[in-house]
Ligand binder design. Structure first.
Ligand SMILES: Nc1ncnc2c1ncn2[C@@H]1O[C@H](COP(=O)(O)OP(=O)(O)OP(=O)(O)O)[C@@H](O)[C@H]1O
Ligand SMILES: [Mg+2]
Length: 248
């Protein structure tokens, strides 16, 4: 067994035993219909998403794998309302995300969707606490107390006043998770949240994310390059050549 996987197991994170536990979960929270997205570079067009149809159940833990450049980040952005598809629809909990006007879409995202960006994306001049409070401030509330609670949830209550540069990679990733969960989203997208971390920190991050699923019924979609890590989810999807496949 790979060392990382062994560590995950010792920390109580088990590979779901062949568990495609969908029978106990019946309702779809994320649905895409015929999603298309391409990028044009000069005269050449690359079709990154080629008619993606996807259904994810409430409370599911889904891992998304695929080679570099396959379109994992593009798909996650599109699912989260951050990248408009050229064609197709994204429904989150029954709401047609791209049918909303810009303000309604931003409000929906702010309240219902959490996003952990590839490479943290923390604002360097703000403290950990201020970074986590930003999504609350956008919705017009003073969320300092909620931000502190979110930081405590990820085990960083004692680092609230630190700037990102004064935190380790694992700690910055935990701040990014705290920021993503401060408004208690229903759906959490995390783009390679353990990509730059050692196996101990990776296990800790996954423990935090899985606890959110267990305790708050959050639906989790995680991008990873780590096949062993992906085994601990309910389902692994692989994106390749613009299409989604189920991993064996
Ligand atoms: N804004 C953009 N303009 C042009 N091309 C883009 C843009 N964003 C992404 N691409 C291209 O789309 C493809 C998919 O990119 P994406 O970032 O989704 O890949 P990825 O699977 O997340 O890769 P990685 O594992 O390296 O993060 C790549 O070929 C990339 O170069
Ligand atoms: Mg990416």
């Amino acid at each position: 067994m790979a060392p990382g996987q062994d560590l995950l197991r010792r920390r109580g994170l088990r590979a779901a035993p062949g568990s495609r536990t969908l029978s106990r979960m019946s309702d779809v929270i994320i649905e895409t219909i015929d999603l298309h997205r391409s990028y044009r570079i000069g005269r050449k067009s690359i079709e990154v998403l080629h008619g993606i149809d996807l259904r994810i159940q409430r409370g599911e833990k889904v891992f998304l794998c695929g080679p570099s450049g396959a379109g994992k980040t593009t798909l996650l952005y599109t699912l989260a309302g951050l990248e408009h598809p050229e064609k197709g629809r994204v429904h989150i909990d029954g709401t047609d995300l791209y049918a909303l006007d810009r303000r309604a879409q931003a409000r929906f995202r702010n309240k219902r969707i959490g996003y952990v960006f590839q490479n943290y994306h923390l604002l360097p001049e703000l403290t950990a606490l201020e970074n986590v409070a930003v999504p609350g401030a956008i919705s017009g509330n003073d969320t300092t107390a909620l931000a502190l609670k979110a930081l405590e949830r990820v085990g960083l209550g004692d680092r609230a006043e630190h700037l990102p540069a004064e935190l380790s990679g694992g700690e910055q990733q935990r701040v990014a998770i705290a920021r993503a969960i401060v408004n208690e989203p229903q759906v959490l997208f995390a783009d390679e949240p353990t990509g730059n971390l050692d196996s101990r920190n990776s296990a800790e991050i996954m423990r935090i994310l899985f606890d959110l699923v267990e305790e708050h019924g959050v639906t989790l979609v995680v991008v990873t390059h780590d096949q062993n890590l992906a085994k601990i989810g309910d389902r692994t999807l692989v994106i390749k050549d613009g299409s989604i496949h189920s991993a064996e």
